[in-house]
Design a protein around this ligand. Sequence first.
Ligand SMILES: Nc1nc(=O)c2c([nH]1)NC[C@@H]1CN(c3ccc(C(=O)N[C@@H](CCC(=O)O)C(=O)O)cc3)C=[N+]21
Ligand SMILES: [Mg+2]
Length: 303
Amino acid sequence: MSQARIIDGKAIAISVRDEIATRAAALLKTSGVRPGLAVVLVGEDAASQVYVRNKEATAEACGFHSVKHTLTADTSEFDLLALVNSLNEDPEIHGILVQLPLPAHIEESKVLRLIRPEKDVDGFHPINVGLLTCGEMNTALVPCTPAGSIVLLKRTLDNALSGKSAVVIGRSNIVGKPMASLLLQESCTVTIAHSRTQDLPSVVRAADIVIAAVGRHEMVRGNWIKPGATVIDVGINRISAPERGEGKTRLVGDVAFQEAVGHAGAITPVPGGVGPMTIAMLMANTLTAARRQLGLTEDTALF
Ligand SMILES: Nc1nc(=O)c2c([nH]1)NC[C@@H]1CN(c3ccc(C(=O)N[C@@H](CCC(=O)O)C(=O)O)cc3)C=[N+]21
Ligand SMILES: [Mg+2]
């Protein structure tokens, strides 16, 4: 059986990041402003610390003004809301990201709704969700993982998304729902599947494009994939890997990769697929947010 093309998310992310760095340098030259990104991390979660470090390093590589606020896990909701308020008012900050998940005693939606929509580079505020649903891409900020997945699809399919059948497995506010909105915007025929879907393998077998965002390692099997389909694996699951030594772990996606490469036409790996694109799109959103706050026209055009 033929082998799928492996979609090199890392290389595409680097090309996107280089383009953003060039545009940020031009912005600095013409207006004296650096896009400013604030990342807020509450608590000690090890995986979150890795992501936050990646975000900071990438922001610096793009020539951004980057600040990180690390708060202890016992920080009160009141204090976190006060920090968000101060970042909302800070003219040097154009993008605010509060890393999820937050500790249980903090109401996530309360925090996310306080972020000014113009600075909401995660695209999680209901105003941005609504703008995306209305197709107002020139005013919305779009969630980074779905946005990055669309860039990978467009590059893989040479922009030919229109009319294709797409299945999104997972209905989260962070990935599944905005992903479905974006695919619909690209004129795909979209199905949203989830844990209650009956006969999921048959639903997946009908799709030209499969987006796996369930958060369960290797749940999507190779023989579910329509021959030649494009598979975007959003899952990032850390599982134990005793074959690498005692206590070792490795990252795997929501798709059984070794099986799926024998069926798919193209597939993203984990790591090195959607993850690096998520961070690249965060930079794109921060540049877009800065330009809009300066009253400049949109120029990122990464879609
Ligand atoms: N407000 C908020 N916004 C987020 O965007 C957000 C969040 N909270 N909480 C956690 C998740 C997860 N996330 C990742 C981003 C990049 C990689 C990434 O770069 N992954 C690398 C590997 C990283 C590794 O080795 O651990 C890869 O897939 O190649 C992973 C995960 C953003 N998230
Ligand atoms: Mg679900």
